[in-house]
Design a protein around this ligand. Structure first.
Ligand code: PDD
Length: 287
């Protein structure tokens, strides 16, 4: 049984309960983080805590804990759960209010929930053969930089992808590719990695930033610029990136082959660099 953290206590998952009046339940009034850990060491914890703070600022909710306290809780949670590789889910909501009212309650008592799950290796087949994706209209709001628990549009997009036998939906807004339903995207054109710039239309992914940093260190050409639908469809490579699925090569888009239909050369290089980084983290050489 997993051990979770809820409002100051560590307890078994099946004993963790939240009120039906919690604004997270009623309104999706909360934010979250997903943080991977390799060899029981959290990847880029400082960056995840910074993004959590930005998300909280974005919904005008104070941060209930200091970074030091977050660090302690999350490391305790990793220690209390099984497995060298885990991922932590952190959720903070505006808590329970006396009645259902859209406006904020006068007094806020946050709900803080953290859970760890085993982080399984990405399936070999996905790495060897790549995955399929579809494109969909991005019907989300204009604050996608906030990691909000209100994920209905993302849920519907991912479900539509699954029903089309695809692993991800790439979202298009005004002729530009923004991100995936639960991932950021990169394309490769003539050897150059391209990813859309940060802004209100996409989540500033921690994996995305790490890839850009690693690319620069390895002198791999990369740019942050908008990706048109045309660029996407004619790219030599497309990747999706996230904390739990790392870097996955997309080899088919809307049923059409991307590149030569196999994971590309630039992806191969980057995934090796990324695996090296994870091993350095396991040895405690990087954060
Ligand atoms: N989601 N964009 C969206 C919409 C996401 O939901 C995610 C990750 C990302 C990638 O961000 P990062 O590299 O920091 O994981 C981009 C997580 C994994 C989730 O919702 O489970």
């Amino acid at each position: 049984m997993q051990t979770v953290y809820l409002n100051g206590k560590f307890l078994p998952l099946d004993q963790a309960q939240v009120s039906v009046l919690d604004r997270g339940f009623l309104f999706g009034d909360g934010v979250y983080e997903v943080i991977p850990a390799y060899g029981r060491r959290l990847l880029r914890l400082g960056e995840h805590l910074r993004r959590l703070q930005d998300s909280l600022n974005g919904i005008r909710l104070s941060n209930p804990l200091s970074d030091e306290y977050w660090t302690e809780i999350l490391n305790d949670l990793i220690a209390k759960n099984a497995g060298e590789d885990q991922y932590i889910y952190v959720q903070v909501t505006r808590g329970v209010a006396p009645k259902r009212d859209h406006a904020f309650p006068a007094q806020v008592r946050h709900t803080i929930f953290c859970m760890s799950s085993p982080l399984k290796p990405v399936p070999k087949q996905e790495l060897q053969q790549g995955i399929a994706a579809i494109t969909l209209d991005d019907i989300r709001w204009h604050a996608c930089n906030i990691k909000s628990t209100a994920l209905l549009a993302n849920v519907l997009a991912r479900q539509q992808a699954v029903e089309a036998n695809a692993a991800e939906a790439i979202l298009l807004r005004d002729g530009l590719a923004t991100e995936g339903a639960a991932s950021n995207i990169f394309i490769v054109i003539k050897g150059v990695m391209v990813t859309p710039p940060k802004g209100p239309l996409l989540l500033p992914g921690i994996t995305r930033d790490l890839i850009l940093e690693l690319a620069q260190k390895s002198s791999m050409p990369c740019v942050e610029r908008e990706i048109s639908e045309q660029d996407l469809r004619h790219a030599d490579e497309i990747w999706m990136t996230s904390s739990t699925r790392e870097i996955l090569p997309i080899v088919a888009l809307d049923g059409k082959t991307i590149g030569d239909g196999k994971p590309g050369a630039v992806w191969h290089r980057m995934i090796d660099i990324y695996q090296d980084y994870k091993n350095q983290l396991r040895r405690g050489e990087v954060s």
